[in-house]
Each structure stands twice: as C-alpha cells, then as structure tokens.
Design a protein around this ligand. Structure first.
Ligand SMILES: NC(=O)c1ccc[n+]([C@@H]2O[C@H](COP(=O)([O-])OP(=O)(O)OC[C@H]3O[C@@H](n4cnc5c(N)ncnc54)[C@H](OP(=O)(O)O)[C@@H]3O)[C@@H](O)[C@H]2O)c1
Length: 295
C-alpha cells in the first residue's frame, strides 16, 4: 500500500513514519515542509516530497497515487486567525483526497472536536472533521486527549524555577496521552481496511491525571521538587505573546483552558479498554521529559 504522511518531523508524524518503516511492506511518501530536518535513518527509502500544507498544489502533488493519507493540521502560534488557518489546511487536504481518490484518510483531530463553540483552537479541528467528512467516506478521525508532550512547553520553568505555570487549577483532572501511543494507533488504523463511512476513534491515555499529580510525578522522576502553580489568564496571555503568539492564538488557547477548567471540554465518548493506551505519565517523564531537561 502507498501511504502519504504529513508532518513527518512532528511528534506523531515522526513516530508513525518510524513504525511503518520498521514494519515494512508499505511504500511511504513523506510530505515535509523542511526535508533537511529528516535524517537518513528517518527516511530509510521513503519518498520525500517538499511541500507546505498551506499550499494546495503541493498537497495534491504529494498524495498522487496514494492509497492512504495521514493528515495532521500542525499548530502555529503566529497566525492571525487560528480557526481560519486550520480550515485552510483541511480544505487543501480534503481537495487532494478527492482529486486523487485516496481510499483512506486518517485525520488527527482532538478531544472536544464534537463541540461547536467555546473550545478555542479545537474549533478548527471541528471544522476540519466536517470538511474531510464531506470529501470522503473512507475517513478515520482520531480524537486524542491532552498530550503529555504539552509539559515540554514548561522545560525552562521546571529547570529554572522548579515550577509549572498554567492558568489551570492543580486539582483539575483530564485524560492525558503520550503521542507515541497516538502514532501506534494511527499505524494500526492506516494499514487496516478503509471504513465505509467516517469513523471516530477516541484515545484517552492510560488514566486521568491531575496537574498536581503530574508535578509530583515529575518531581519523583527528576529528583527535585516541582510545583504546579496556577497563574491568572492575563499572565498566561502575556507569556504566550512574549513567546510569539498572535493575539488571536493567545485568546483562543485561553478559551480552551477555560473550557477545560469549567469541565465543558471533555470527550463525548467514555473511557473503555479500546480507548485506553499504555504509556503512563511516569514513563513519558522518564523517556521524554527528563532527557530533554538535561540537554
Ligand atoms: N497538544 C494537545 O494536547 C493536543 C490534543 C489533541 C489534538 N492536538 C492536535 O495535534 C496536532 C499536533 O500534533 P503534533 O504534536 O504531532 O504536531 P507537531 O509536533 O507540532 O508537528 C508539527 C510539524 O508540522 C510541520 N509543519 C508545520 N507547519 C507546516 C506546514 N505549513 N506545512 C507542512 N508542515 C508543517 C513542522 O515541520 P517542520 O517544522 O519540520 O517544518 C512540525 O514538525 C494539532 O493539530 C493539535 O491541534 C493537540
């Protein structure tokens, strides 16, 4: 089978590519914005096509002859309108799927994408699900929970201030998932049969964690005390703008946090053995976060 993969240098795309190449038996097309970032080990004979997901022609070209497509809307902190940006990318992907008659598309969406308001950047994925659903019946939508990798945004705070600053209370609990587990499921789904109608796959990680519990696990693994510290939304906005976020992106991210805090941003599907994935937060800290703190 010929499988096209977007964002092969990203968290999920990179691990998905690795899994499919390890398994063998499939021809891969990697649609990379920055092919130079891909190492020889990461490519291993796969075809690399340079392209930007914001450019309809390059998405169409990269997916020519593909039987299956993994499509992910990459985050961007600088865009003037987050929702419009995701919609533009999804339209390019969906047009390419239609034009090239791709039989199976696996779309990376998010927890809360069933909701039509109040979820910030997830509204763009709500729209993306609709756009792809109108373009193809052979669609699998992955709806993962909050990524454990979000903690990597706080490496400097952990290193220098023994703290994780977020506009959320420490007792807030949410399902959290490691991106390797999303890649695992994506690999399984994309090499399986295409569904005859759009199908949703919720992914909930190993369990629900509170943010205080995450800080305690980090402390235990790295051997120094790290505290979760709740900051006012205005402070969080200031920090995001300082890191290059546009006003709109900062505001939409705060809207998403507020929905998490209010308990309105949660999956419509209940946790089950099928939605539960193996990597624990402790394993994530040992394998991913702790080594990054040392580098
Ligand atoms: N964070 C969460 O808790 C959460 C939860 C549920 C769903 N999600 C969704 O998950 C997705 C993020 O997944 P991820 O963490 O795997 O992504 P990621 O690691 O941020 O990867 C993004 C990759 O996309 C590439 N890229 C960026 N802009 C591009 C463009 N215009 N054209 C082509 N490639 C481009 C970048 O490649 P180069 O820089 O190498 O060019 C980068 O490696 C988002 O859609 C997000 O909404 C996130």
């Amino acid at each position: 089978m010929k499988i096209a993969i977007t964002t092969p240098t990203g968290n999920i795309g990179r691990e998905l590519t690795k899994r499919l190449l390890d398994r063998g038996g499939h021809e891969l097309i990697l649609l990379a914005r920055s092919p130079d970032k891909l190492t020889r080990e990461q490519v291993r004979g796969a075809k690399v096509v340079k392209g930007d997901l914001g450019d309809a022609a390059s998405v169409k070209k990269a997916t020519q002859g593909a039987d299956a497509l993994f499509f992910l809307c990459p985050p961007s902190f600088s865009v003037p309108d987050y929702r419009a940006y995701y919609v533009g990318l999804a339209k390019n992907g969906a047009e390419a799927v239609k034009a090239n008659k791709v039989k199976h598309t696996v779309l990376l969406s998010s927890v809360g994408a069933h909701l039509s308001q109040g979820t910030g950047p997830i509204l763009g994925l709500h729209d993306a699900e609709k756009i792809f659903s109108q373009a193809t019946k052979g669609l699998t939508i992955l709806r993962p929970a909050w990524f454990m990798e979000n903690h990597l945004w706080h490496l400097d705070e952990i290193k220098n201030m023994n703290s994780i600053f977020m506009p959320l209370s420490g007792d807030l609990t949410a399902p959290m998932i490691a991106t390797v587990d999303i890649a695992d499921r994506a690999a399984r789904v994309i090499t399986g049969p295409a569904p005859s109608r759009p199908t949703i796959v919720p992914l909930h990680g190993p369990k629900d964690y509170s943010l205080d519990e995450c800080a305690r696990i980090i402390s235990r693994v790295i051997g120094k005390e790290v505290k979760h510290v709740q900051v006012p939304p205005a402070k969080a906005k200031e920090a995001m703008i300082g890191m290059g976020a546009s006003e709109n992106v900062a505001d939409t991210i705060l809207e998403m946090y507020a929905a998490f805090q209010a308990g309105t941003l949660k999956d419509e599907a209940k946790r089950s053995p099928e939605t539960t994935t193996p990597t624990t937060f402790e394993t994530f800290v040992k394998n991913v976060l702790a080594p990054r703190l040392k580098s």
